[in-house]
Design a protein around this ligand. Sequence first.
Ligand code: AHG
Ligand code: MN
Ligand code: MN
Length: 301
Amino acid sequence: MSQQLPPSADWIGHPTVDAVFDVVRDTAAEVREALPERRAYVEGHNPSGEKVRAADEYADELFCERLLALDSVGSYASEERQSAREADDGGEYHLALDPLDGSSNLTSNNPMGTIVSVYDEPVPTGGDHLVAAAFVLYGPNTTMVVSDGDSVDEYLIEGAADEGDDGRKLLREDLTLPDDPTVYAFGGRRPDWTDGVTAAVEDLEADRLKLRYGGAFIADVMQVLTHGGVFAYPELTDSPEGKLRYCFECAPVGFVVEAAGGRASDGYGDLFGTDPDRLHARSPVYLGNEELVDRVEATLS
Ligand code: AHG
Ligand code: MN
Ligand code: MN
């Protein structure tokens, strides 16, 4: 007799994935509470060669333990771990997390996030194998955006006066990109942009889009989902793959943006056209209003 699932909040109408998102909601509250005491760097680097804060490590441990405890979870991978951790008793979903996105924002007290990918096969694999994706934004409020690939919903998950009995309050249902885009965010240093990227930015600026870049992918993407525009961590002269990790950052957020009516590209075609060859593979990423992403692609090609 399989374990009776606790009653889940109906996140995407798929009880076993909803149970994953319940755990994300509850764990995110503990992660946020733990941030003030975990600002310092710890020894060593993550598989992408980046320094790790105590908060990155704590968030990763908590999400791993809580999510692997679910029957439906077969493995847990994260950008903080060399390889995935398998569940003892199997499970149909394979999770890939960025436990704390934008953690360099911690000491400056700027927003950060958590990104959760639900794949139907072990990672590394392509975004076509995403069943669902979600991200938490630790901003002035703690919010959670979830998608089944067809639509996007945004919830307040903490502290709402009239929070439902399922620990959340619906803020925006079927969230879609606005038609009149106003913001853009391109990562990397301008001197390191390729000529194509520089030309693409100049085209956006000629279109009177305003720069909104805060150094945390999830926070910057929420600007685009709210105001319309384009986010990119582009190809760079010294790093043609850009910076963001395909399985943990680009694919899940591209999945959400496309479900919100936008487009996600690697600069030369659909982001989901390619399969990463390794777990921590990076990819250039351009996502937002379809017409703008098409224009960026045309400029780069
Ligand atoms: P993480 O903290 O998970 O490593 O992610 C940081 C990423 C992403 O959140 C953000 O868009 C980008 O790094 C910012 O990079 P720069 O510091 O080069 O702007
Ligand atoms: Mn990140
Ligand atoms: Mn991270």
